[in-house]
Design a protein. Structure first.
Length: 126
């Protein structure tokens, strides 16, 4: 099986289509054409690749294997620069550290309050 054939099959399956439905959408005579593409016996034309890319919400480059294929439809992804992602991760870590410190302070205050109330109880009992 060729990379193009594998990708066509994967995108077809992700779309929930059978070979017959794809053949009909591409105005092909039957599913044998799609089967031949998926098994690598024949290759689709550039026009057919463009139409499939449009149908599946992807690019020709992804269909022919020049760029990595998304496992899910693109609308489930947010594109962000690597440096921006690193900055966001650093900010998230800093916020988490601040949150941990605030919780530690609350715990210390609660422990001091408990100690004070225990001392007051001991003094009252004496």
């Amino acid at each position: 099986m060729s990379i193009v054939g594998e990708r066509i099959k994967k995108y077809r399956e992700l779309a929930g289509w059978n070979q017959h439905k794809l053949a009909k959408a591409l105005k092909k005579s039957g599913k044998a054409v799609i089967s031949n593409w998926e098994t690598g016996r024949n290759d689709p034309s550039l026009a057919e690749l463009r139409l499939m890319a449009e149908l599946f919400g992807t690019t020709v480059a992804q269909l022919v294997g020049e760029v990595p294929m998304f496992e899910e439809p693109r609308e489930h992804y947010i594109m962000i620069k690597k440096d921006d992602l690193i900055d966001l991760q650093r900010k998230a870590l800093a916020l988490e550290a601040d949150r941990i410190n605030a919780l530690k302070e609350q715990l210390e205050q609660a422990q001091k309050a408990d100690e004070s109330s225990e001392e007051a109880d001991d003094t009252a009992e004496s």
